[in-house]
Design a protein around this ligand. Sequence first.
Ligand code: XIL
Length: 369
Amino acid sequence: MKYRFLVAICYLFTLTACAKTTLRTATENKFLMGVAVNVNQFTGQNPKEAAIINEQFSSIVPENCMKSGLIHPEENRFDFTDADRFVAFGEKNKQVIIGHCLIWHSQLPSWFFVDSLGKDVAPDVLKERMRMHITTIMHRYKGRIHGYDVVNEALNDDGSFRTSKFFQILGKDFIRLAFQYAHEADPEAELYYNDYSMEKPAKCDAAVQLVKDLKAAGCRVDGVGTQGHMSLDNPSIEEFETTLQKLSTLGVKIMVTEWDLSILPNPYKHSGANVSDRFKYTTELDPYRNGIPKNIQQEWNQKMMGMFALFIKYSDVIDRVTLWGLNDRDSWKNNFPVKGRKDSPVLFDRQNNPKPIVEEMIRMANQKY
Ligand code: XIL
């Protein structure tokens, strides 16, 4: 009896000693745990946040600095200042570095689609501009950036193609071309398609078809990113599970690329992450300026944990789970889709303290299945 008791104690002790204590270590055999980083964090202006990012996350993606408007402001001028520092930061931390994003209709420089008279360029000119944009970036970071969101948000929620300028000038072929140019530029880099609201059935089906078509056309596609911008009422855990099931039929990696969960009321049943969507500020839409009620915080905790449990359940197909921002203070959700609200959608609070669920997530990730 005494002996058994001793064995049980030793077992418990070993379990506790083996348990990994950060998100980064606890998830290491499941998926990459990533975070979107901002300029202050990777340029040394905020050493405290830089240290948390290194300690807790195994992968990083730039929140803004690699978007075309910032990295390629004029046709013949790239500005790599921030992107270089971003990549160096990830290397110093031995993190898996993701490039976001090569071709996107938003945060674009104004020169991209027009000629010197302001008229739309011909298809061949746009193709060449895309090729030059993609190639210059990917050559610079060859062997250093592990994978790229090659095309971001090419689909509407109903599954049709978004009528972006890329689409208007080149038709849906712009997507295939982007993947082709990317693979030619760096044959070793992983290439992903990324979009939001993938839990909308028509959109998810269209994404699945798109990846199949790209592969049938001979493109390298390594993964699909489902952004994962969520709110308390949308999507449900069941809906997100269906999305993961559908995407897993493709046999490519799945990434939750921009995970956050707004705690605020959802204006006009808004969903998704179409960055140009805007609603007028009202105090009713911003009810937690002076604190979050316990029951609402609990609801948020439960939903985050439910989603995280789902990610763990699908960890054989999920390659990476990336939070869209480190702390609530810097989250883009404070200004989207309503400007100037006080949201709390990510894992660290405004003072950079981990929320209580972080410990729970670590515990959950440490459990053996
Ligand atoms: C957001 C950034 O977080 C903001 O700082 C910026 O003002 C707008 O873009 N989908 C994407 C991300 O793919 O790049 C967007 O990031 C959020 C929606």
